[in-house]
Design a protein around this ligand. Structure first.
Ligand code: ADP
Ligand code: MG
Length: 687
């Protein structure tokens, strides 16, 4: 029997070279690939609804006779047809139409239409319904729910349906290979595929919408197993390359810690010890450190860096923004200055001769500790002996960027160790899926003396009161942030908005020293504004979200966030983490624009009611989904075909078990599973 995995799509009716090429862009080469191109949702076209029963907002099939059709000149020219059945009449409206279409809608023609019912100027209407004319009296309605496939331009829904129904016809003769190990398959694969491409009219639609039908769970389980295996494979490939063993240096570490003005927390000590143990092994460390904002991750990074430098291996520290990298530069200069560790700076703005000189010192090994931004993983950056890579605020980087940097040791030296730090606590369920290739440490304790930030929601209509509050706080010698948000990605627009706000506030508060910081400023200007704020020379800092991560000014105890409803929860939590770092009780004002959407209200309320990063992350996952939470939408990491999080979290324990069984007893299944589910993406993972 031929497997359906070896029948090319070209064999299907209607697939010429052009369509085959478009399908290949989708990663669809064999007929089996079509079967795993799963519908996003379904429409019910199995029943014809009497016109009198049509309700606004519903997707319906109706049938009737055209009474009249005319081109109407309103605000927009449109073709309007009135159709009637034995129970009532309804209007079809087309803004784009051809002459042929107009003449096809002659009075007396019987039509079957599918579309959404809306309220228009003539009562209930359908805009641009799909329709066809009926010849006989009783043409049967659709026998199954109609699948809606994921697509971009180039391949239409009807084409996908035509292709998938042909694939289904072949499925019966050539069932796909079952890749789950014996005893761990809860539902027959062929039956699941058939069900999901063509669910029967009485299928439980609510269950399907939530992804909880047993057929969906069966495929989600397989997809999650495939994803897990591909991450493990990535991890094993990295480990197989080996790494320099960086011997533990307890004496140096103790001396360093003793030089600090504070004692590390128990959690920091625990994580430092975990890292020290990893680094000492000749296998690359792949460790994710999660710690809420202000938990002191930088210190942990410093301990790790020290161990590498003491073993004469270079360290690269990469931060997502220039401001944050600059702050690390400041911290490490203070801490390592007395130890005379040669440090180097490299960001996108390091240009020309300066850049050449920096690259030279990195390549020669003269620079022991290199701090910078994305610029660190450009092609021409070569290290002599890179022992450790530290990536701060991981959620801002995609996985492929992380891998690009670790390709950077010289040949024959293995891989550098990797430490990834994130302040966005990642829900456990999600990290099991997204970071199965990493070990995790959690700094679950804040340094002593921190006070939780009190958060309030205030309508922008009461902006004047908020401005007074800022004046009062600053009058008492406190410092405040005023954060301007914009949805637009554009730095220029964000900068403009912040500028306007700073001017407005300066007019309202002429006696206050107000600073402005945004992403479009020259680094030197940014630096001097930050320094002035840190030194207390500025009372109020108006900023864009560039200050989101890392910025550390303990005397700042009030933060106003404008239009917080535009941001995700994790980002708001990050921003708020800029206050509550000192001894004063701190406050955060969420100055929202009314009216709030239901989910906007829920997000802001979650933030008001909790300062627990893990709780907030779970909420964020629930409200926005994993792609947004991880910020990895572009990397394709979390783009599952059928699995959904958190809807399928309950499958994750089973995923672990099955993956282990496959790796231990059925190794040959792993490659086939990865190929089936991640196909094209896998090449990308191997960069
Ligand atoms: P984050 O985890 O958000 O990156 P940082 O590393 O920036 O936090 O630390 C926040 C602040 O807390 C810094 O000013 C840092 O010097 C200070 N800090 C770190 N560890 C301790 C500690 N154990 N005791 C007191 N202060 C600490
Ligand atoms: Mg930090």
């Amino acid at each position: 029997m031929t497997g359906i995995a070896s029948i090319p799509v070209r064999e299907l009716r209607g697939v010429g070279p052009k369509l085959a090429a478009k399908l290949a862009d989708y990663g669809v080469h064999q007929v089996e690939d079509l079967l795993f191109h799963l519908p996003l949702r379904y429409q019910d076209r199995t029943r014809v609804t009497p016109i009198a029963g049509a309700r606004e907002g519903a997707d319906l099939v109706i049938e009737g006779e055209v009474r009249a059709a005319d081109v109407v000149m309103g605000r927009r020219r449109s073709l309007v047809a009135r159709i009637q059945d034995s129970t009532g009449t309804l209007t079809l409206r087309f803004f784009h139409f051809s002459a042929a279409q107009k003449s096809g809608l002659r009075a007396g023609t019987r039509l079957r239409c599918f579309g959404q019912v809306r309220r228009g100027s003539s009562g209930l209407e359908m805009f641009h319904p799909e329709y066809r004319s009926l010849q006989g009296e009783d043409e049967p309605a659709e026998e199954a729910l109609t699948p809606i496939y994921p697509t971009t331009t180039g391949i239409g829904q009807n084409q996908w349906r035509m292709l998938c129904s042909q694939a289904l016809a072949r499925l019966r003769r050539h069932p796909p290979r079952d890749l789950l190990p014996p005893g761990h398959n809860p539902y027959d694969l062929a039956r699941a595929l058939e069900y999901l491409h063509a669910p029967p009219p009485d299928a439980p639609q609510a269950l399907l919408r939530e992804g909880q039908h047993p057929a969906q769970q069966r495929l989600a389980l397989e997809e999650l197993v495939a994803h897990n295996l591909s991450l493990q494979r990535l991890r094993n490939a990295q480990r197989a390359e080996g790494a320099p063993a960086l011997a533990d240096r307890p004496g140096e570490l103790a001396a360093f810690l003793a030089s600090l003005p504070f004692a590390p927390t128990a959690a920091q000590r625990r994580v430092l010890a975990e890292i020290a143990g990893d680094l000492a092994r000749p296998v690359p460390m792949l460790r994710l450190v999660q710690g809420d904002v202000g938990s002191g991750k930088t210190l942990v990074a410093a301990g790790a860096a020290l161990q590498s430098v003491a073993n004469d291996y270079q360290v690269a520290i990469m931060a997502p923004t220039e401001i944050l990298a600059e702050q690390h530069w400041a911290s490490f200069s203070t801490w390592f200055g007395p130890l005379a560790v040669p440090m180097e700076w490299l960001s996108g703005r390091t240009k020309g001769k300066k850049r050449e000189a920096a690259l030279q010192r990195i390549a020669s090994g003269e620079a022991a500790l290199v701090i910078g931004t994305h610029a660190l993983f450009q092609q021409d950056v070569a290290f002599k002996r890179l022992g450790l890579v530290i990536v701060d605020e991981q959620h801002r980087f995609g996985v492929h960027q992380r891998l690009a940097l670790t390709g950077k040791t010289g040949p024959g030296q293995g891989k550098p160790h990797q430490l990834v730090m994130t302040a966005t606590p990642i829900p456990r369920t999600l990290s099991m899926v997204a970071y199965a290739d990493l070990d995790c440490s959690v700094i679950d304790e804040l340094p002593p003396g921190r006070q939780p930030v009190t958060t309030v929601l205030i309508d922008n209509g009461r902006r004047d009161q908020v401005v007074e509050r800022v004046a009062a706080a600053c009058g008492q010698g406190r410092q405040a942030y005023w954060v301007c948000t914009l949805i637009e990605e554009s730095d220029a627009l964000q900068a403009q908005a912040a500028q306007a706000t700073a001017e407005e506030l300066q007019l309202a508060l002429p006696e206050l020293r107000i600073g402005l910081i945004h992403g479009r400023m020259k680094p030197a200007d940014k630096e001097s504004v930050m320094a002035a704020f840190k030194a207390g020379d500025l009372a109020l800092l108006v900023a864009t979200t560039v200050i989101e991560v890392g910025v550390d000014v303990p005397n700042a105890s009030l933060m106003i966030i404008e239009n917080p409803e535009r941001l995700g929860l994790a980002q708001l939590h990050q921003l708020r983490g800029r206050v509550g770092r000192g001894r004063d009780a701190s406050h955060c004002v969420l100055l929202y624009q009314a009216p709030l959407s239901a989910s906007g209200r829920e997000r802001l309320a979650a933030l008001r009611d909790s300062t627990d990063g893990f709780y907030i992350a779970e909420k964020d996952l629930e409200l926005r989904g994993p792609g947004e939470v991880l910020g990895t939408r572009q990397t394709g990491l979390m783009e599952f075909r059928i699995a959904q999080l958190p809807a399928h979290s309950h499958l994750l324990d089973q995923v672990q078990v099955i993956s282990r069984i496959i790796l231990e007893h059925h190794g040959e299944l792993a490659g086939a599973l990865i190929q089936r589910w991640t196909g094209a993406k896998q090449e990308f993972g191997n960069v």
